[in-house]
Ligand binder design. Structure first.
Ligand SMILES: [Zn+2]
Ligand SMILES: [Zn+2]
Length: 162
């Protein structure tokens, strides 16, 4: 049984505010060199959630086409004023699942990673806790996501096809 919770986030200048209307399906800590460049730091922390569970509270974010590691591109949603990135969509799937930048959530500490990915390019000083799920590159979500998250994702993609 899913508890109804919501989590607000915002850009740095505060013009764009949004709310996740539930917990995300899964949280990635990505150590790929693309995320390192895009964030200017050692990794990106992304909460994967259905687009229809992200509500815009204020502002009109702009969507910027950006190259991606996969070659399929990504669309990064940014504040039009301070340009902070709030979330991305990847690949050809369209705006079905959003990768929320966890650091933009007001209560960002609620969402530690469920998995570390692309650890093959991890900065050597980032030490992953023992027992934490970590993969050298990517992974099969069917093996690692909780069943309820897989159901949520299947539901949202089934709806998107209609
Ligand atoms: Zn802003
Ligand atoms: Zn990455």
């Amino acid at each position: 049984m899913e508890v109804a919770e919501s989590f607000e986030g915002k850009c740095t200048c505060g013009e764009v505010r949004y709310r996740m209307t539930s917990r995300p399906m899964f949280v990635h800590c990505c150590h790929c060199t693309w995320c390192q460049r895009e964030t200017g730091t050692a990794f990106a922390l992304n909460a994967l959630i259905e687009t229809d569970r992200v509500e815009l509270i204020a502002g009109e974010p702009e969507v910027v086409d950006t190259p991606s590691n996969s070659g399929k591109g990504q669309k990064i949603t940014r504040c039009p004023r301070c340009r902070i990135a709030l979330w991305s969509n990847y690949g050809g799937a369209g705006d079905v699942v959003r990768f929320i930048r966890v650091g933009t959530l007001i209560d960002a500490g609620r969402f530690p990673p469920d998995i570390h990915i692309f650890t093959s390019t991890k900065q050597p000083w980032v030490v992953i806790p023992p027992g934490m799920t970590a993969v050298a590159e990517y992974y099969d979500s069917k093996q690692l996501w909780p069943p309820e998250s897989l159901e949520r994702r299947a539901a949202v993609f089934a709806k998107a096809k209609k």
